[in-house]
Write a protein that binds this ligand. Structure first.
Ligand code: LLP
Length: 455
């Protein structure tokens, strides 16, 4: 039965990124789907659809998997950072903080969300290939570590910090020149990337920073891409990074932190087979340890920045089925009440998702339908060729694996308000994101009097 594995709970209870659904997924006595002890159809009725649902146990299990593996495989100090671009909210900041994580932010908004969510500034890093003065200033005045990405950052920081006493805490990002197999848009470590200093220029930049009074370079950073299933590129990355570490220390920088970025993939569909969090950390930590031994380099503090593998599997999106269009011999479309504005990944990266009916996940599929969004765009298709039982408008559908890069990449295309988000745990529900209202979308519109007068 095509749907039988979707809601299967706890296939890998230690590494949620290897599952299709949150680890608390179960059926009630009437075979209806529950997550975090909450019946999905009740959530849909109470909070309306589309609705993002996040399972707290799955997020915390993922955090623990990272912490435990670092403890197990890395003999030095370590600090995992949550790449908040995956899903930035006060609730997420607070959860990862309580699990001992720091956080990676890339904008003023993500930075404020982290700080207000309780993350200590000393455990936050600010990334970005075009940081504004305001962002740099906010980070600097809060003692956030700034990841310098290019000469522009250096020039701006120099004028921002020079008159102050305290030098800026910096990490330097470079492009390691490593290819990995993922979608072109989410590769970052190969040479033709907009991020980071070229490896060839590294020595020059390190020398330039050496005597800069405003700078305190304490770390090196590289990130090779996202949704990666291979382990070898991460091993290769470590080799390149330890060479860079040796070079930087040799020049006289007090480098303590080695930040290897994120990138571990997750299972969206059965065919996806990512390594576990334990395997990923084992690979990275062992490579750092061995490479440091081999090159006679003192162990750095090991930092990593998982985003997707921390939250993707914890999230599902609930939709209501609406109109149906059957084109005989070609395709049957079933439209839902959301689409590319709450999940832009299928139209952007041709990403695949699994879904089933919320209250009848066990009913055998008898038809193949294409789940379309409600936006005025032909490409607004969430899932092609989904096997489903006979279903009717008004029934709820759950799409799995939507915890990462859905809400954070959502838009108001067609002036459609963003969905609400709830966090479920042991039968409790907390609203963590209010549903936007159409009026909210008009808040920043300005109708000039001149136009009104013209009628
Ligand atoms: N660190 C840096 C510097 C990054 O640029 C990223 C992701 C991460 C960490 C986290 O990577 P992760 O563990 O999530 O793979 N919107 C795309 C993904 C873009 C990833 C951007 N950078 C998607 O929906 O697939």
């Amino acid at each position: 039965m095509a749907n039988s594995r979707i809601y299967e709970s706890g296939r890998d209870s230690l590494s949620p990124n290897r599952n299709l659904s949150p680890i608390t997924t179960e059926l009630d006595s009437q075979d209806r789907l529950k997550i975090g002890g909450c019946l999905l159809s009740e959530l849909a009725l109470r909070y309306q659809t589309p609705l993002y649902v996040l399972d707290e146990v799955t997020i915390r299990t993922s955090c623990k998997a990272y912490k435990d593996a670092l403890e197990k495989y890395y003999p030095g100090e370590s600090l995992p950072l949550y790449a908040s671009k995956a899903n930035s909210s006060l609730a997420m900041s607070s959860i990862v903080n309580s699990e001992g994580f720091g956080l990676d932010a890339v904008s003023e908004g993500e930075l404020m969300t982290a700080i207000k969510g309780g993350i200590d500034s000393s455990k936050i890093v600010l990334h970005g290939n075009n940081k504004s003065e305001k962002e740099l200033n906010l980070a600097y005045t809060n003692g956030v570590t700034i990841v310098i990405d290019n000469q522009h950052d250096i020039d701006k920081l120099k004028s921002l910090v020079s008159s102050n006493k305290e030098p800026a805490r910096l990490m330097l990002r470079f492009t390691p020149g490593i290819e990995c197999h993922t979608h072109d848009y989410i590769k970052t470590g190969h040479l033709d990337s907009k991020f980071g200093f070229d490896l060839d220029n590294l020595e020059k930049i390190l020398i330039q920073l050496k005597d800069a009074k405003w700078s305190n370079l304490i770390g090196l950073h590289a990130h090779i891409g996202s949704q990666i299933f291979e382990l070898q590129p991460h091993k290769d990355l470590v080799g390149v990074m330890i060479d860079a570490l040796k070079l930087a220390r040799g020049i006289g920088h007090p480098i303590e932190d080695l930040n290897v970025g994120g990138g571990l993939g997750v299972r969206y569909v059965e065919a996806d087979d990512p390594p576990s969090i334990d395997q990923w950390i084992n690979t990275v930590a062992t490579a750092v340890k061995e490479s440091c031994e081999e090159k006679q380099v003192k162990l750095p503090r090991l930092l990593c920045e998982p985003g997707r593998s921390l939250v993707a599997t914890s999230g599902v999106t609930l939709y209501k089925l609406g109109s149906r269009k059957e084109i005989p011999g070609i395709r049957t479309y079933f439209s839902v009440d959301g689409g590319m504005s709450d999940n832009p990944r299928p139209i952007t990266y041709q990403s695949l998702y699994k879904a089933c009916l919320v209250d009848r996940p066990l009913d055998p599929p008898v038809q193949t339908v294409t789940i379309a969004g409600k936006h005025c765009e032909s490409g607004d298709i969430l899932i092609k060729n989904l096997p489903l039982p006979i279903c009717t408008s008004g029934e709820f559908l759950v799409v799995f694996g939507t915890g990462a890069y859905n809400f954070s990449m959502s838009s108001n295309y067609n002036r459609i308000p963003r969905p609400a988000a709830v966090l479920v745990h042991s039968g409790h529900v907390d609203l963590v994101q209010q549903r936007e209202q159409p009026e909210d979308l008009l808040r920043y519109d300005v109708l000039p009097n001149r136009l009104l007068e013209l009628g």
